[in-house]
Design a protein around this ligand. Sequence first.
Ligand code: NAD
Ligand code: TYD
Length: 350
Amino acid sequence: MKTILITGGAGFIGSHVVRLFVNKYPDYHIVNLDKLTYAGNLANLKDVEGKPNYEFVKFDIVDAAAIQKLFLEKQFDGVIHLAAESHVDRSISNPSEFVFTNVIGTVNLLNATRTQWKDQTDNKLFYHISTDEVYGSLSNEGMFTEDTAYDPHSPYSASKASSDHFVRAYHDTFGLPTLVSNCSNNYGSFQFPEKLIPLFINNIRNKRPLPVYGKGENIRDWLWVEDHARAIDVIFHQGKPGETYNIGGHNEWKNIDLIRLMCEIMDRKLGHSSGTSAQLITYVKDRAGHDLRYAIDSTKLQKDLGWIPSLQFEEGLEKTIDWYLHNEEWMNNVTSGDYQKYYEKQYQKR
Ligand code: NAD
Ligand code: TYD
């Protein structure tokens, strides 16, 4: 039986990865390590918590000594590292937290992995989950490939870029079997409502303004979270150490077009007349250093490992909106308490 560590498994993408691995690989023992920050929520994993091959451990990856001890105790065969501070706006308000978790936390995990595996690295893998935001911003032309030079602009993307460099450096310097994947924007169930899609669904539900940064002309490349989890599964099992894989759905949307589509779908689902939700659109002060466009070229992953996205965007967005509308209790729980303070601080000054 293999013991696999998944960090950040109580978060949005991590919970989908944990669910996929626990259900698909009964012969793996899956250890979900998470600090349970505001973004970590064990309610995301209610359906797997009783499974015999699943275990949750509450740790902070910034605590090097505790992480070293855990590795020696558990003897992990593989690591899939998702734990991170993940929201650009929070990184603008509080950059240091991003350095602690994303950079130092990642280095702590790399050190603990080295100590545990020593030179016994056959069939072992440290897999680091990263973002397309490390490549910076595109104009209207071109796409990010695995060879695009890093050019991060936000404290979030700078911290992720730094962690990616450390992961590759440990491969090149110490021979640690590591690999990195860089994915485009994810959407789907269990995403914390600070990110565009769940935030706007929740605001439409509550008839609150929809704060569009700048002119709404920024472009993002959206991928359904369960397709990202499937890609992580394929890369973990078939990817080559030392390699990088870009993950994306060739699905670019200008923010304002995506928001208008969401408004139309929500009007239909809520029984409102067409145009009702769009009246909530409010243009607000732009995000500082706002990247114009992201677009991922995932040809390498598709050709070398045979992964393709399973869902068309319109279908995925419908499913996602349905999920949030049918899981009001989840939304009400994560938006009680500190969320209101965050929301006021983030949006009142715009
Ligand atoms: P998330 O914010 O929903 O979840 C992050 C998880 O990490 C939470 O459960 C949180 O409790 C945990 N965590 C944070 N700090 C920790 C610490 N110090 N120790 C232990 N656990 C800690 O994030 P997400 O959107 O699920 O993103 C997961 C990973 O995927 C991140 O590394 C992110 O950079 C990357 N990524 C995200 C996207 C996206 O669109 N969301 C796209 C590409 C890559
Ligand atoms: P977000 O979901 O924060 O992801 P990222 O910044 O990592 O791409 O934002 C997606 C896009 O939506 C981005 O261009 C910023 C914009 N946006 C808004 O216009 N208003 C908002 O309230 C938020 C959270 C984002």
